[in-house]
Design a protein around this ligand. Structure first.
Ligand SMILES: Cc1ccc(Nc2c(-c3ccc(O)cc3)nc3c(C)cccn23)cc1
Length: 109
């Protein structure tokens, strides 16, 4: 089916983004933000739709995406959450922009 090919592409993108060479910019976005561990108790009052690439992998493996568009929507949510919560000056905000550029490059292939 059409969707099957689209989801294979999503899996391929995740495998690429999880490579060690991207870890310096990818690491804050590969697992769910833990407000207790990070001492940011306001996180869930500011960010209404938490998302991360680890959760996206689980959703993909569990068949929770119907198409590539739904997958991309979650990816964009990761970056929007990062820019909303982390000040422009914060290194995490900068890492988000760098990692989004890597995602965009893979997504355009
Ligand atoms: C006091 C303070 C300030 C900034 C942060 N940002 C931050 C985030 C983060 C990622 C995505 C996101 O939507 C929001 C936050 N992830 C981290 C990690 C893994 C380590 C250190 C900082 N981190 C943490 C604590």
């Amino acid at each position: 089916k059409k969707y099957h090919w689209e989801l294979k592409f999503c899996e391929k993108v995740l495998i690429e983004l999880a490579k060690p060479k991207y870890h310096p910019v990818a690491w804050p976005f590969m697992t769910a933000v833990d407000p207790v561990a990070l001492n940011i108790p306001t996180y869930h009052s500011i960010i209404k739709k938490p998302m991360d690439f680890g959760t996206m992998k689980t959703k993909l493996d569990q068949g929770e995406y119907e198409n590539a568009k739904e997958f991309e929507t979650d990816a964009r949510q990761v970056f929007q959450n990062c820019y909303r919560f982390n000040p422009h000056s914060d290194p995490i905000n900068h890492a988000g922009h760098q990692f989004e550029a890597i995602f965009d490059s893979e997504w355009a292939k």
